[in-house]
Design a protein around this ligand. Structure first.
Ligand code: F6R
Length: 612
């Protein structure tokens, strides 16, 4: 949801702001804009609707000078994605970029209008510029004006301010949306994440909830919500901007799919001691959860991360004998769940670690006395910092909006944690732990073998791209993979797709089956295969176009009922749902490419959903 960048530099800011926005574009791409102060301290801005390339063209035609500025890439909440509604917003020499939602903007706007302010946009964000300008008019300094203004804002925000006539000043603030300071050599930066400032510096100061900061080129000061000066420490961030290049791949999503042998290997390596073939939770986390005392496990997440929890639900129940409830974060706290007084563990799964609903659910659980853990990909994110225990995924930065390598890394980490829980609860023997740990370490190799099916899947995708509806079916632990397959397809190809549990087919969805509707069965040859095969035959008998994702035995058993088969390598049932994620990702990817959609930045979506 919206990316923010600010630069107080010693060389022309506009090209650097644009460059940083490219790394932030995954957060939103409805419009973009930058504002700079020129050599005389005069404020000017350029904005453009749609993708960054439009802003780039606008800047090529009407360049902006000056060494300091702010930039924004927008995911629209209030107001359509027009140039008029694009950030930065300006009022009387105050310019602001905003990520989040100001909930009381209507009241503030009425109040400011009554005091003579004229608004140009339909956004909530413009109110902030007017509010601060109003405080300046009342005689406050920039710092005082922001401090007083922040106290009036309700909702979520990350903000960066630029002031006309103040060539050595940037002010930032965060509440509910992430913001970090980048500390350079005689330069200072603000960014929604470390990625934004990665080419400029690896020294990052993460602001905490309610913090705001005042930046000059040589120094910065951080204040907490009460206005007290605080020291948030400097984090040295690993990996630079190079990590987010596409390399030889056509799209980030494709690159990320093909990175999965590495990203799962890294993640599994953090949990599995390959020498001893045991599972140890990373860091000092081994004893942080007394699994034998846990009476119920809540797993809460959104979207693809939620589907990872739906797979893990089977693992924790079967391997650790632990009662599990999974829930979508946006529903969880509003249904006022009856949480246990003791023995409850709430586990949150998030790639970004910033998803507003997941974060709110985490805070809700903490308030209700539950111990919290988070499987998270961004170690410096808010969810990682607020959870009692962090269970990292080491997928590396995921840029494609559709989650792929983060999903398989989440599954890999959850699989390892389920083994650890099973052992600690005496539900798994040491021999079983050894066997499962070994099976898990075989996953990266099997993913490599599966990726070799790319061309076959591409050929299949040309056919599926003609469909208007696609159904995905799976049983047991593969039911969530069917859900994930359908989500992946619809979000990047815009083809309507639904995932169902195969056994549910005859309770309704079978009515959808016709010659035009491809039905993708996710069905390795496991204990439930015969049942899946019956469902497959029910579809084939109704002239549905069956696509079977299975292994050698499954493909053989299915005979000529499927119209197409994709034969994956044989694997242990434990890791099958992780492996079978790969062909559904490839299928969605190639269908989208065939349809010519914007694979990495599908319409209406954003990578990090920091609003409710
Ligand atoms: C789908 C997708 C989303 C995210 C969801 C949660 O491909 O990427 O459904 O999984 O928005 O995001 P995180 O994991 O960052 O909390």
């Amino acid at each position: 949801m919206c990316g923010i960048i600010g630069i107080l530099g010693s060389e022309p800011a506009a090209p650097r702001l644009l460059d940083a926005l490219k790394r932030l574009e995954y957060r939103g791409y409805d419009s973009a804009g930058i504002a700079t102060l020129d050599e005389t301290g005069k404020l000017d801005r350029r904005r453009a609707p749609g993708k960054l390339k439009n802003l780039e063209a606008e800047l090529a035609e009407r360049p902006l000078s000056g060494n300091q500025g702010i930039g924004h890439t927008r995911w629209a909440t209030h107001g359509s994605p027009t140039v008029g509604n694009a950030h930065p917003h300006v009022s009387a020499g105050v310019s602001v970029v905003h990520n989040g939602i100001i909930e009381n903007f209507r009241e503030l706007r009425e109040e400011l209008e009554a005091r003579g302010h004229t608004f140009e946009t339909e956004t909530d964000s413009e109110t902030i510029a007017h509010l601060i300008a109003d405080n300046l008019k009342a005689g406050m300094s920039e710092t005082e004006a922001v401090k007083a203004g922040l106290a009036r804002l309700e909702g979520a925000f990350a903000l960066a301010f630029l002031f006309e006539g103040r060539p050595d000043l940037l002010i930032g603030a965060r509440k509910g949306s992430p913001l970090a300071i980048g500390v350079g050599e005689g330069e200072m930066y603000l960014g929604s994440d470390a990625l934004a400032v990665a080419p400029f510096t690896n020294k990052v100061v993460y602001l905490e909830e309610g913090d705001w900061c005042v930046l000059a080129r040589e120094a910065y000061t951080v204040f907490n919500e009460d206005g007290e000066e605080v020291d948030r420490g400097v984090t040295l961030v690993q990996g630079g901007g190079a990590m987010v290049e596409k390399g030889n791949y056509r799209h980030f999503m494709q690159k990320e799919i093909f990175e999965q042998p590495d990203s799962t290997a890294r993640t599994i390596g953090a949990y599995v001691n390959a020498l001893k073939q045991t599972v140890e939770l990373p860091g000092n986390n081994g004893d942080a959860i007394n699994w034998s005392k846990i009476t119920s496990l809540y797993m809460i997440a959104c979207g693809t991360a939620h589907y990872a929890t739906r797979v893990a639900e089977y693992w924790f129940e079967q391997m650790a004998g632990l009662p599990v409830k999974t829930d979508i974060a946006s529903e969880f706290r509003y249904r006022e769940p009856a949480l246990p007084k003791e023995g409850g563990l709430a586990l949150f799964v998030s790639q970004s670690g910033e998803t507003a609903d997941t974060l709110a659910a985490l805070r809700y659980c903490k308030e209700h006395g539950l111990k919290t853990a988070a499987v998270v990909n961004v170690p410096t994110s808010t969810i990682a910092r607020e959870a009692d225990l962090v269970l990292p995924t080491l997928a590396g930065p995921e840029i494609g909006v559709a989650s792929t390598k983060a999903f398989t890394a989440q599954l890999s980490a959850l699989a390892a944690v389920a083994i650890a829980a099973g052992r600690a609860r005496d539900a798994l023997s040491q021999d079983e732990e050894t066997r499962l740990a070994k099976v898990l370490t075989e996953l990266p190799r099997l993913i490599s073998t599966t990726l070799a099916l790319d061309e076959d899947i591409e050929a299949l995708a040309r056919d599926i791209a003609k469909a208007t509806d696609v159904i995905y079916l799976g049983r047991g632990v593969h039911y969530p993979i069917a859900l994930e397959g359908a989500l992946k397809l619809k979000e990047i190809s815009y083809i309507h797709a639904e995932g169902y549990a195969s056994g549910e087919l005859k309770h309704g969805p079978i009515a959808l089956i016709d010659e035009e509707t491809p039905v993708v069965f996710v069905a390795p040859y496991d204990a439930l295969f015969d049942k899946s095969l019956s469902n497959l035959q029910e579809v084939a008998a109704r002239r549905g176009e069956v696509i079977l994702l299975s292994d050698s035995r499954g493909v053989k058993a299915a005979g000529d009922a499927p119209a197409h088969c994709v034969e994956l390598p044989d694997c242990d049932a434990f890791i099958a749902p992780i492996l079978y994620s790969v062909p559904v990702q490839l299928l969605a990817y190639h269908v989208a490419v065939e349809k010519g959609t914007d694979v990495d930045q599908p319409r209406n979506l954003a990578k990090s959903v920091t609003v409710e």
